[in-house]
Design a protein around this ligand. Structure first.
Ligand code: ASP
Length: 293
């Protein structure tokens, strides 16, 4: 059966000099997922592997290079889900771990819970032997400079991945440092099932990015998958959900989607959405920092 994978590196306005680094980072992440899907690995494994690459790349606001909260600290949110048994795992406001997405997967696989936060999430990560680090070692100097230059609350460069494996199972995940200058303890859409990501084998999967406080109030990821369940294709489901968000609560967002038949979709109402994707029909990944139409 056919497989497919798409990643995003955030919905926002990407400065000209950052376009190539976004394309390169997203392509490397897709290829990490492809290497697994080609060997018959699960969509969940591909999503985790792709997001780990993006969490290591300081171009993106996830893992190392995350945005700083109002106190200059990195607090990260991440979550993932698989569409066969609707299992999900997530961490919120976690500090001092290298790969929040891997801790999220362990929450899914090793606990009876879906979401752990803050000190409890860190304690669990430690028990599981996750890669720990000093919280300040996750701060990249570019983010520190941006934090000093402006105290505006804003998000960008969040990462996500959606995959369909050869057995027909979907998975989706999202990882972020949230928004710059957020209040300590603020949690966005990214680690919340049905808001920042969703996967259901009967319809498809999706990962969101953008203004968390807007995405959350419309439960956008679930809305998109639900609309595919009712027959919309991936692009239309994504576009309609963003239009509802803009009309009802305002805000900017973007999303990546894979539909029931393996079709790749994406939409955004921000100026750019950094993405890269590949399917089993393609010989190389395509990366794009699509301008809004
Ligand atoms: N949605 C993320 C949040 O609100 C930010 C982003 O996607 O850039 O935490």
């Amino acid at each position: 059966m056919a497989w497919a994978i798409i990643v995003h590196g955030g919905a926002h306005t990407i400065p000209a000099e950052k376009i190539e680094p976004h394309n390169v980072g997203c392509t490397l992440a897709v290829e990490a997922g492809v290497a697994l899907l080609e060997k018959g690995a699960s969509a969940l494994e591909a999503v985790e592997a792709a997001i780990r690459v993006l969490e290591d790349d300081p171009v993106f606001n996830a893992g190392f290079g995350s945005m700083l909260n109002s106190e200059g600290d990195v607090e990260m949110d991440a979550g993932l889900m698989e569409g066969e048994h609707l299992r999900a795992g997530a961490v919120a406001s976690i500090r001092g771990v290298r790969h929040p997405i891997s801790v999220a997967r362990q929450v899914m696989e090793k606990t009876e819970h879906v979401l752990l936060s803050a000190a409890g999430a860190h304690h669990f990560a430690e028990q599981q032997g996750a890669e720990l680090c000093a919280p300040q070692s996750m701060v990249h100097e570019d983010q520190r400079r941006k934090w000093e230059a402006s105290n505006k609350k804003r998000g960008s460069d969040t990462v996500g991945c959606v995959a369909l494996d050869a057995r027909g199972t979907f998975a989706a995940g999202t990882s972020t440092g949230g928004i710059m200058h957020k209040m300590p303890g603020r949690i966005g859409d990214s680690p919340l099932v049905g808001l920042g990501f969703y996967a259901d084998n009967s319809a498809g999967a999706c990962s969101m990015t953008g203004d968390g406080e807007s995405i959350m109030r419309l439960a956008l990821a679930h809305r998109i998958v639900q609309s595919m369940q009712s027959g919309a294709d991936a692009d239309r489901a994504a576009e309609e959900a963003l239009a509802v968000m803009a009309r009802r609560v305002g805000g900017e967002a973007g999303c990546i989607v894979i539909g029931r038949h393996g079709e790749i979709g994406q939409a955004h109402n921000s100026v750019h959405l950094a993405t890269a994707w590949r399917t089993s029909e393609m010989t190389a990944a395509i990366a794009s920092v699509k301008k809004q139409r």
